[in-house]
Design a protein around this ligand. Structure first.
Ligand SMILES: Cc1ncc(COP(=O)(O)O)c(C=O)c1O
Length: 390
């Protein structure tokens, strides 16, 4: 089996599992308990907080653990909005058209409650325009929320420049860094970030755990009320095995892994372009693309069909983000970069993890051209889609 869907989720690193296991069986204390088992869990919690904080140049006190990216994004956006709801003038949020669904749907929900949301366009490679952002920020803008590395097409936004604009305009700045975390520089001070969403399962850590960085002094209203855990910002007994695993996953992501994934990414992109006619790479090339993301549109073929045939050969891929692949709608990200419905439906994402090898890439490059050729010969997709689109 060749697993190339690491943007959806990654296999757990065995070293991470080893570090987690004792926290299920022997070190099972509740971090709020005062006895030795509780103190042991609390110590592990605080050590993990230090690791996560250090990795983004933040203070440990600025990290709140959550159940993952979805919760962190909701807490960031709704928490800021609710904390400022008395200030009627600040009723605008700015985001982009290529956010993950958990940001877009939180924003759509807020729109229904009366807040105004501006959705910035992106260019053909998926970048926002800094000019557009500057113009969009008004006295009414409370928060700018812009994804760091895009989960579908890999575009990495220029957070340093966006941060400068937000600082000059006095607007809060949040980023969803679930896909970019540990894969490219993320520095809350350098980038002037006020809130950052992180999660563990995209970096060979466990599912169901994440964090939100909240700059010291920023007021945020919690979404869950209870025992006052995480300084009252996220009540609920802390998931100690998950949190310990999250921190270990961060420690286990090495510069050499990034280098390896970048090399494999570029080999796959070059190989597909050389071996298959009429393909279009979605997203940019080089440093501004996530080191593990490959996304192509294949003329005259449906992505779903390619994915199914690859699966039959033991290769896991994805037609859009895993969270929305149940919907038949073509991806909002691909539409936002200007793809026609036909091009969007003909797209496929391959996403690498640190465990992929050069041999696996060679195998994919051997199998894929044959699949595309076969599908192009037999597929009525072109005729069908023309009918649907017309
Ligand atoms: C960019 C981005 N944000 C948020 C999420 C949601 O994270 P989680 O699955 O931890 O809730 C994902 C995962 O699919 C993602 O790729």
């Amino acid at each position: 089996m060749i697993y190339l869907d690491n943007a959806a989720t990654t296999p757990l690193d065995e070293k991470v599992l080893k570090v987690m296991l004792p926290y299920f069986t022997q070190k099972y204390g509740n971090a709020s308990s005062l006895h030795s088992k509780g103190r042991e869990a609390k110590q592990a919690l605080e050590n993990a907080r230090k690791t996560i904080a250090k990795s983004i140049n933040a203070k440990p006190s600025e990290i709140v653990f959550t159940s993952g990216g979805t919760e962190s994004n909701n807490l960031a956006i709704k928490g800021i909005v609710f904390a400022n709801k008395e200030n009627k003038e600040k009723n605008n949020i700015i985001t982009t058209k290529i956010e993950h669904d958990c940001v877009l749907n939180a924003c759509k929900w807020l729109e229904k409650q009366g807040w105004k949301v501006t959705y910035l366009n992106v260019d053909k490679k998926g970048f926002i325009s800094l000019d557009d952002l500057e113009k969009a920020i008004t006295n009414n803008t409370l928060l700018v929320s812009i994804i760091h590395g895009n989960n579908e097409i890999g575009t990495i936004q220029n957070l340093e420049e966006i941060g400068k604009i937000c600082k000059n305009k006095g607007t809060l700045f949040h980023t969803d860094a679930c896909q970019s975390y540990t894969k490219t520089l993320l520095d809350v001070k350098k980038m002037n970030l006020d809130l950052v969403t992180l999660n563990a399962h995209k970096i060979h850590g466990p599912k169901g755990v994440g964090a939100l960085y909240i700059r010291e002094g920023i007021k945020i209203t919690p979404l869950a009320h209870g025992g006052g855990h995480e300084k009252g910002l996220r009540s609920g007994t802390e998931n100690i095995p998950g949190i310990v695993g999250f921190a270990e996953a961060v420690k286990q992501m090495k510069k050499s892994d990034i280098k390896k994934m970048t090399k494999l990414r570029d080999k796959l992109i070059k190989g597909i372009e050389e071996k298959i006619q009429e393909v279009r790479l979605n997203g940019p090339l080089g440093d501004r693309r996530l080191c593990n993301n490959i996304n192509f549109s294949f003329e005259g073929v449906e992505g779903e069909a390619i994915g199914m045939m690859l699966d039959a050969k033991g290769i896991c891929s994805s037609t859009s983000s895993a969270c929305s692949s149940k919907s038949l709608e073509p991806s909002h990200v691909l539409k936002a970069i200007g793809l026609s419905e036909k091009e969007a439906r003909g797209s496929l994402r391959l996403s690498l993890g640190k465990e992929n090898t050069e041999e696996e890439v060679d195998k994919v490059l051997e199998i894929m051209p044959k699949i595309i050729e076969r599908l192009r010969k037999i597929s009525p997709f072109d005729k069908l889609i023309n009918k649907v689109v017309k």
